[in-house]
Design a protein. Sequence first.
Length: 102
Amino acid sequence: MSGLQNSRNPSLADYDLRKFASALRSKRVLDSRGLRALADDIGVSLSDLSRAMGGQMVSVGKVIALCRWLDVPVERFYLQPEKLEETNCFTSCNVKHGEARP
């Protein structure tokens, strides 16, 4: 896995909020405006910008707006689900095949 999984299940798709927040903070350093003016320019609220820069979840629409401001594709921070090995957990003798119950 290339990033930090937010969910407890790596077999589910996720979004690397830490890398996303780091990218936002890095670009913020290059912008001399205040956070409120920056948020207004991006099209998000000040609290949304602050949450995103702190590594917290924001809505998909806000993520898209922030990624456009970063000039990166939304998928840059996407974490693909890990492929788990298939197991044959239902092949034990506890499972009966072919007989219907009345």
